[in-house]
Design a protein around this ligand. Structure first.
Ligand code: SF4
Length: 507
């Protein structure tokens, strides 16, 4: 038996080494913790599975979720510590929904002190339940801000990962997700896992987009093993950002009616997805779902039994796209995957974008004249606020006028650290459920926010910027952190006097 085949927890190589220094096709198994103690029946069952996977030679790392779907579950650290002391490399999920930046920083130090190295940085699903009522979301910072924070802890102690939600329907969702991916990599993401999805062409698109744009980090393909319950759940949109189309659900229902409730079919379906990932050039697979130990073995056995070129046929079968779905590349007719030709209609639309609205044009003009650094208006604003600041009465009067005007125009919440110019004059405090300032979260569904039915502000911003040919640069620039100390103060004064996030930027 080859040495790698005989690997057990203590002899397994770290994830960082495998992804950055070897060509190994890596397998990561995702484990969702249970509600309650780890000694409870459910907790013990998951721990037992985790320990068995730690001894499994084909599983390189175990990835432990953080309150997935917005539900409170046992902290990832409890199981993570047990596994780490067995020599198993683990990935701890860290999301921004339940922790503010101080708690996250403290948690980073704790994880580093305890010896954890791999962290998956997430914005997180909006909380949907809680003890005696729904928990209040935090979203003090987002996944991009967290990645930067992680990259600065202990001189690069962490090997940080991030997620890209590439299975989106519309251009105005897909493109901002790709721009955000670039921003995540710039902020410190060293490996990427894509969202759950069932479309080989989209899988191909992601890798080709990354090559074209020089985004050179290893990508793991998310393979969630379906069953009827999970498919119905996904189809109903209960997990933000995950789509199961009508045709896939119909297939799942048909197979689930068989005596084994479709088990054999679903495992083979997953094995085929793994083969597609390997054939396309993903660096490994990220296996999720309600699996037993023997299910993992079954998937590995089938994967090993496929002939080298079989994945191309599988790719033609697993193409469950949404109606009218946008693809960045033209299709390649022979394979059903992507060619390297960028979508012609998309390129045409960039040449002839729809005209911007009058209000947006006016906001840009006002900004250019009065708020753009270096403009005469900006210098006048600086001078005015320097004079006004010492007088409490005058400063209050000006702030009151600003508040009224911006509340009427933008539904301003007086955060004092304004991001309107960066999000095409859409307020992230009043119109984004997660207050995202560094790009869209992955939770949108057909362009709509995962919370309520309003349009995602980042999709709207994309449309507005496209009218000026500026959409590709929408997420360029330093990471934005809203300063909580400025809440309830004048954002205009803070902008003119260099106290907001733009003023604090180096240089
Ligand atoms: S100051 Fe803050 S709350 Fe007001 S519009 Fe700007 S971002 Fe929104």
């Amino acid at each position: 038996m080859a040495q790698s085949d005989a690997a057990t927890a203590w002899t397994k190589r770290p994830l960082r080494y495998l992804l950055e220094e070897t060509p190994t096709f890596v397998t990561i198994a995702e484990l969702a913790t249970s509600r309650g103690l780890i000694t409870d029946p459910n907790g013990s069952k998951i721990l037992q599975l985790a320990r068995s996977l730690a001894e499994h030679p084909r599983v390189h790392a175990l990835s432990i979720t953080d309150n997935p779907g917005g539900h409170a579950m046992l902290s990832a650290d409890t199981m993570g510590t047990d596994l780490m002391f067995r020599g198993q490399d683990v990935i701890i999920h860290l999301s921004c929904k339940d922790w503010n930046r101080n708690a996250l920083e403290s948690r980073c130090w704790m994880l580093a002190s305890e010896g954890f190295r791999n962290v998956l940085a997430l914005s997180g699903d909006y909380p949907v339940t809680g003890y005696h009522g729904q928990a209040s979301p935090v979203f003090d910072i987002d996944s991009v801000g967290l990645l930067k924070l992680l990259s600065e802890v202990q001189g690069g102690h962490f090997f940080s990962g991030a997620v890209v939600s590439n299975y989106k329907r519309f251009e105005r969702e897909v493109m901002p997700q790709y721009f955000k991916l670039a921003r995540k990599i710039q902020a410190g993401a060293r490996f990427i896992i894509n969202q759950i999805g069932y479309d080989a062409r989209k899988m191909d698109e992601l890798l080709k987009y990354m090559v074209l744009h020089g985004l050179n980090v290893p990508v793991m393909a998310n393979v969630f093993v379906l069953g009827a319950t999970a498919a119905r759940y996904f189809h109903a949109g209960k997990i933000p950002g995950v789509t199961v189309t009508d045709s896939l659900l119909a297939l799942v229902e048909k197979r689930a009616a068989s005596p084994d409730r479709g088990r054999a079919f679903f495992l083979e379906f997953a094995a085929r997805q793994c083969a597609i990932a390997r054939g396309l050039g993903y660096r490994g697979v990220y296996l999720g779902g309600h699996l037993r130990l023997e299910d993992y073995d079954q998937i590995f056995r089938m994967l090993d039994a496929f002939a080298p070129g079989d994945w191309r046929e599988f790719a033609r079968e697993i193409g469950f796209s949404q109606p009218g779905e946008f693809y960045y590349f033209e299709p390649e007719p022979d394979t059903g995957l992507c060619s390297t030709q960028i979508n012609r209609e998309y390129l045409r639309s960039k040449q002839q974008p729809p005209a911007a609205s009058l209000a947006y044009r006016a906001n840009r003009q006002i900004h250019r004249l009065a708020f753009e650094e270096g403009s005469a208006g900006f210098r006048a604003g600086q001078a005015l606020y320097q004079i006004v600041e010492p007088s409490l009465k005058l400063a209050r009067a000006l702030h009151g006028a600003e508040r009224t005007l911006k509340a009427l125009s933008f539904d301003c919440r007086d955060c004092g650290d304004c991001s309107l110019p960066e999000i095409a004059y859409l307020c992230p405090e009043s119109q984004c459920a997660k207050n995202q300032r560094n790009g869209p979260c992955g939770g949108t569904r057909q362009g709509l926010c995962e919370v309520g039915d309003k349009e995602c502000i980042w999709a709207r911003a994309y449309d507005r910027l496209k009218a000026y040919g500026e959409e590709e640069r929408m997420l360029e620039g330093p990471v934005v952190y809203r300063d909580g100390a400025l809440k309830g103060t004048s954002a205009w004064a803070n902008a003119f006097l260099g106290r907001d996030h733009r003023g604090k930027r180096p240089g």
